[in-house]
Design a protein around this ligand. Structure first.
Ligand code: AMP
Ligand code: MG
Length: 338
């Protein structure tokens, strides 16, 4: 089925329209504070399967379920540890997803066959209004074609989803720019399955032990069972070959000089643009700015016809870990250390 994809301004009338589409089992592109989501009624396996088809997403990769009230956590999950409530109190609404044992109302289509569900209460007001209008929890993965960079504007969603979904609600550019922090629990320990804007350091203000799963920063061997199915897949990749180059600015410049040819670009930090003498993109100075610009710049690399992009390596602390985690996947784990 092909749709005439509408881009809707977030008026009350259009939010009601989005809610009705969702309730009737359709898929709608929605803004959140992290990235745009491809939303459907999380309790309706038919609707949810349309998300997998539109994205070309592997069916064992579970979808995050978005709620609009902290108390809804008990509708969709059980055996919730005390630490989860404490984290929800501190970080919800916001870009934190908690993996918990799922209730039967969440179908296996949504959970990718797992007996757990990732729950998130987003802070974006438009997202929350749409969830309330639909009157259902919304399963919403990032609104990109599987494998491509995530979408941080309605235009990105349109570029990937035109004709595949009936509507996109335009909430402007996403502020955070990388997907939510995904955590699970092992007793009182918090395990980070995917880093995001809520950093390990933030989580440590509530939890005593925060462990970064090894799949966050390294490639899992084919015989390892991934703690989070999303870790197994190549992700966030533009057509251009992305290579991370880890080293000081002067070494990076030397390296680039030797490797520069037609179609080769650098991706450097925002404050280096005036001094770097070769074709380049920039992606912010602070880790938060890098997070918010990363996907836009990876998409831009394709628009300008880059064949290879050598990227300055971000920091691996704080929000930088989220940026690094997305970049190493975009780079197919290719990192050159100078
Ligand atoms: P996306 O929907 O594109 O933001 O990706 C969601 C990420 O959360 C993927 O990496 C999933 O594997 C992960 N995730 C969602 N639900 C679960 C779950 N129940 N258990 C483990 N990981 C999950
Ligand atoms: Mg995604």
């Amino acid at each position: 089925m092909s749709y005439l994809t509408e881009i809707l301004e977030p008026t009350d009338k259009n939010i009601e329209k989005a809610g009705k589409l969702l309730l009737s089992g359709e898929v709608v592109g929605i803004p959140t504070e992290t990235v745009y989501g491809l939303a459907a009624d999380a309790t309706n396996p038919n609707a949810v399967s349309k998300i997998f088809i539109a994205k070309g997403r592997p069916q064992d990769n579970p979808l995050i379920v978005h709620i609009a009230d902290i108390s809804d956590i008990e509708k969709y999950a059980h055996d919730i540890p005390v630490i989860a409530y404490r984290l929800a109190e501190k970080f919800w609404p916001g870009p934190l997803t908690m993996v918990l044992p799922k209730n039967d109302i969440i179908p296996l289509t949504t959970s990718g066959g797992l007996d757990t569900v990732g729950l998130r209460f987003p802070s974006n007001i438009i997202a929350r209004k749409i969830i309330k209008s639909a009157g259902r929890p919304l399963a919403a993965p990032s609104a990109n074609i599987s494998g491509k960079p995530s979408t941080t504007s309605a235009k990105h969603v349109f570029d990937d989803m035109n004709g595949k979904i009936p509507a996109i609600v335009d909430g402007g550019t996403c502020t955070v720019g990388v997907e939510s922090t995904v955590i699970s629990f092992d007793g009182d320990n918090v395990i980070v399955l995917r880093p995001g804007y809520i950093s390990r350091e933030d989580l440590l203000t509530v939890a005593e032990n925060v462990i970064i799963d090894k799949g966050v920063t390294s490639e899992l061997s084919p015989d390892t069972v991934a703690a989070s199915p999303g870790m197994k897949y190549k992700h966030y990749s533009p057509k251009a070959n992305i290579v991370i180059v880890d080293g000081e600015y002067s070494d990076f410049l030397n390296f680039f000089e030797k490797n520069y040819s037609d179609g080769v670009y650098a991706m450097i930090f925002g404050n280096e643009t005036d001094i770097f003498p070769y074709p380049h993109l920039t992606y912010g100075e602070t880790d938060a700015q890098q997070a918010s610009e990363l996907f836009e710049k990876l998409r831009e690399a394709d628009e300008i016809g880059a064949t290879t992009v050598y990227v300055r390596c971000p920091s691996k602390d704080g929000i930088g870990l989220a940026v690094y985690n997305r970049l190493i996947r975009a780079a197919g784990f290719e990192v050159i250390t100078l």
